[in-house]
Design a protein around this ligand. Structure first.
Ligand code: BES
Ligand code: ZN
Ligand code: ZN
Length: 497
């Protein structure tokens, strides 16, 4: 892992394999540190940027190689248009830097703090974003590769004033924590399902609780306990698998007397579809079907250190969805923990059946709000594509708060309606509900199904089927596999309360 550090000094005086400066798109010249570096190199950067028609577009970069002096490389990164500048531009600039430095096998890279000058970000916000972008770009899942990914030794961020160092240090700490939350979730998602059974998710929850030294408690309900509780949803889904199901309840206690929230994750460790078997191509990425729980665990892995003021319940019902002689059959009826019966007509619509129980359990904790994250529907991907998550909510204020937190985290959400007129589509001939609802609006009808289990509690449902797993690069710091989507939005949201 590269070391990221802050230093008070002048960029143009640093020893480095590469100096990193920035430019806004369409800017006439440079300001701040970039200007000083350019002057120190007799206007070389401006000259080359002009010659190469460097646009300064977000994500662009130009390597300048001075022939004289001790610095061999200067990387000019584009921040995009100044009026569209935000934290995300900083994450991207940092990611581009790491990518370039890695490709060149460099050891020591020295960068400006993007966005703290003309960008108008506070040094704290700028540094948080820079660290997030750099760390997440550094990430690669190489556990099963003989040849490991290399990384750079150190990324030094230089600022001019001691006071700025101090302000940025707080952001550095936050950036590390936020990145680690996402990386924790990425690792869980990327791990092949053979080593990520429900019991493995239980073990992670217990590890996190242990490391928190009493700040986080965890309760685990096994099959026998689930039977006693009447958790017929998760039991029905788990029935075809040799892997034992569990319901996990983690609790973090913030300031007493404050609000409490529940974050609930879908935790299907592998979704084969069950007897309603998926086609081979659709199954290839289905180790990602516990990404909701991974986001919850990722957030919990940092919660004790970040100390939000709320009480936070982390809840997931973990199961594997497999076909077998014992598997639940289309047409079978399951009874969820709140007593509602569900006719299971398609065993591949299993997420909502397990969430029926975990949401019921969440409601019983009497939280002020529930947020669930679930890789719930292919239909949501049809609607919003691979990068945008759906958001459905019975509570406009909660939805707004989450959208704002997501914007700060650079994660994309779009609100979809809980359209009442579609409720009748969930009516069953033999049970209270059926688990599928016809051809159209699949993300919405899945949301409406979940709504049956939250009662009056303010609740938001995040359908993260698209962005939780990147089959192709999603952005500069999210290349392939588990993305950790949701973990940073959750932390931004919890910290804002
Ligand atoms: N886990 C899938 C949804 C999914 C699809 C997640 C692609 C990530 C990528 C879910 O359990 C599922 O199979 N949903 C079905 C529901 C249908 C049978 C009503 C779907 O979306 O096709
Ligand atoms: Zn499924
Ligand atoms: Zn699923």
């Amino acid at each position: 892992m590269m070391e990221i550090s802050l230093l008070k000094g002048r960029l143009e005086e640093q020893k480095a394999d590469m100096l990193v400066v920035n430019m806004f798109e369409g800017a006439k010249g440079f300001g701040g540190a970039a200007k000083a570096v350019d002057e120190a190199f007799d206007g070389l950067i401006v000259k080359i940027a002009k010659e190469e028609s460097f646009s300064g577009e977000r994500g662009s970069a130009l390597l300048v190689r001075p022939h004289e002096g001790s610095v061999r490389r200067i990387l000019l990164v584009g921040l995009g248009k100044q009026d569209a500048f935000n934290e995300e531009a900083v994450r991207v600039a940092a990611a581009v830097t790491v990518e370039k430095a890695r490709a060149l096998k460099l050891k020591r890279v020295v960068s400006v703090l993007h966005g703290a000058g003309n960008g108008g970000l506070s040094p704290k916000r700028a540094m948080q974003a820079l660290v997030e972008g750099a760390r997440l770009a550094e990430y690669g899942f190489d556990k099963y590769k003989s040849k490991k990914n290399g990384t750079i030794d150190s990324l030094v961020v230089v600022v001019r004033q001691a006071r700025t160092v101090q302000q940025a240090e707080a952001g550095q700490e936050l950036g590390e924590r936020f990145a680690q939350a996402a990386i924790y979730a990425r690792d869980l998602v990327n791990e092949p399902a053979a080593h990520m059974h429900p019991a493995d998710l239980v073990a992670r929850a217990q590890e996190i609780a242990k490391a928190s030294r009493g700040k986080i408690r965890v309760r685990v309900f096994d099959r026998v306990a689930l039977e006693k509780m009447g958790a017929g949803g998760v039991l029905a889904v788990a029935q075809g698998s040799d892997a034992e199901p569990y319901l996990v309840h983690m609790t973090y206690r913030g300031a007493p007397g404050k609000k409490s929230v529940a974050i609930v994750g879908k935790a299907i460790t592998f979704d084969s579809g069950g007897l309603s078997l998926k086609p081979a191509d659709s199954m290839m990425t289905m180790k990602c079907d516990m990404a909701g729980a991974a986001a919850v665990l990722g957030a919990f892995s940092q919660i004790a250190a970040l100390k939000p003021k709320t009480v936070v319940h982390g809840i997931f019902a973990a199961a594997e969805n497999m076909p077998s002689g014992k598997a639940i059959r289309p047409g079978d009826v399951a009874r969820a923990m709140n007593g509602k019966t569900i006719e299971i007509l398609n065993t591949d619509a299993e997420g909502r059946v397990t969430l029926a129980d975990s949401l019921t359990y969440a409601v019983r904790q009497k939280p002020d709000a529930i947020v669930d994250l679930a890789t719930l529907t292919g239909a949501c991907m049809v609607a919003l594509g691979e990068e945008v998550s759906g958001l459905m909510s019975n509570a406009p204020k909660l939805a707004q708060d989450l959208l704002m937190a997501a914007a700060r985290a650079g994660e994309k959400f779009w609100e979809l309606p809980l359209e009442k007129n579609y409720k009748p589509l969930l009516k069953s001939e033999v049970a209270d509900l059926k688990n599928i609802a016809g051809k159209y609006g699949g993300a919405l009808t899945a949301g409406l199904f979940l709504e049956e289990f939250v009662g009056e509690t303010p609740w938001a449902h995040l359908d993260i089927a698209g962005p939780s797993f990147a089959e192709r690069p999603m952005n500069a710091y999210t290349k392939h596999g588990g993305t950790g989507f949701g973990a940073r939005t959750l932390l931004e949201w919890l910290r804002s309360m």
